[in-house]
Design a protein around this ligand. Structure first.
Ligand SMILES: C[S@@+](CC[C@H](N)C(=O)[O-])C[C@H]1O[C@@H](n2cnc3c(N)ncnc32)[C@H](O)[C@@H]1O
Length: 273
């Protein structure tokens, strides 16, 4: 179903979620420790130019600017509401902000030294296209990391996840990176401390190196699945409303699940102390 894996639905989802995003989402699901581990893999250094695709309110960008000058970092997002929240963060004051689509970047080929995208692929209608774009805008020898959730092993969680958005398998992440042309592809498992399952990782950072300049071998294979602002017909409007409401509810269910598991972890730590 993946009700919110659509550009317009994702736009409206973040219209509302942006209000409580930094308070309720990242502290539970995308923690500073996970961010540090993922960014370790892209070898960030001062002097590099970095694109953060789907940068949102700038939580991952804050990790990037701890390693690279903010003036060298570009934050791209399709949500003006998410980007507006990032403006309240002093560390990000010098970052460039671009309203745009991660599946169709407004940048020339071979522009950036590093590409980072955290927690955005799950909303892309055509993830292969997004990863081919990551490849295209990187310079030869540049490294990319695409961070996202992994399909849950638990059946109930998987049903909830797949009603909401895209939770790819590890094999899908690897195949998309390799088809896009990336070399030395590696998947680094990531999880918050409350996550216990040993059957499947919670999330991965898919890392790869661009071996040659120019566009991706996977570029232009098929027309774009969706445009960011496609015209609405009455039928599409109805479909949108149904997908948006049901998908948002499925997504919202993850907050109490995460909150309970997080609280259990804190309680166990307190008892052990
Ligand atoms: C879960 S948030 C992650 C934000 C940020 N990377 C972080 O670390 O907190 C996902 C972000 O991806 C953005 N997004 C979704 N689809 C997109 C697309 N096609 N192009 C650009 N941004 C997109 C959303 O607007 C949202 O801000």
């Amino acid at each position: 179903m993946r009700l919110i894996q659509h550009k317009r639905e994702a736009y409206w989802f973040y219209r509302f979620l942006s209000v409580g995003y930094d308070r309720w989402v990242n502290p539970l699901f995308w923690t500073p420790a996970m961010r540090a581990l993922a960014l370790e893999e892209v070898d960030l250094e001062r002097g590099q130019t970095v694109l953060d695709a789907g940068a949102g309110t700038g939580f991952t960008t804050e990790g990037i600017v701890a390693r690279v000058e903010a003036s060298n970092v570009t934050m791209l997002d399709q949500s003006p509401h998410q980007l507006a929240r990032s403006r309240a963060k002093p560390a990000l004051a010098d970052c460039a902000r671009v309203l745009g689509d991660a599946e169709n970047h407004p940048f020339a080929d071979d522009t950036f030294d590093r590409y980072v995208s955290a927690g955005s692929i799950e909303y892309w209608p055509d993830p292969q296209r997004g990863i081919a774009e990551a490849y295209r805008v990187l310079r030869e020898g540049g490294r990319a990391t695409v961070i996202g959730p992994v399909r849950p092993a638990n059946r109930l969680l998987r049903a909830m996840a797949e009603a909401w958005m895209l939770f790819p398998s590890e094999a899908e992440y690897r195949a998309w990176m390799e088809r896009a042309g990336f070399a030395a592809v590696e998947l680094v498992p990531l999880a918050p401390d409350w996550y216990r399952s040993r059957k499947a990782p919670y999330a991965v950072a898919a890392v790869g190196v661009k071996p040659a300049p120019g566009a991706s071998p996977a570029a232009g294979a098929a027309p774009a699945a969706e445009r960011v602002r496609a015209p609405m017909t009455p039928r599409r409007r109805l479909q949108f409303a149904a997908r948006f409401v049901a998908g948002s509810l499925a997504g919202a269910l993850f907050v109490p699940v995460g909150a309970v598991l997080h609280a259990r972890q804190r309680l166990q730590e307190r008892r052990a102390a």
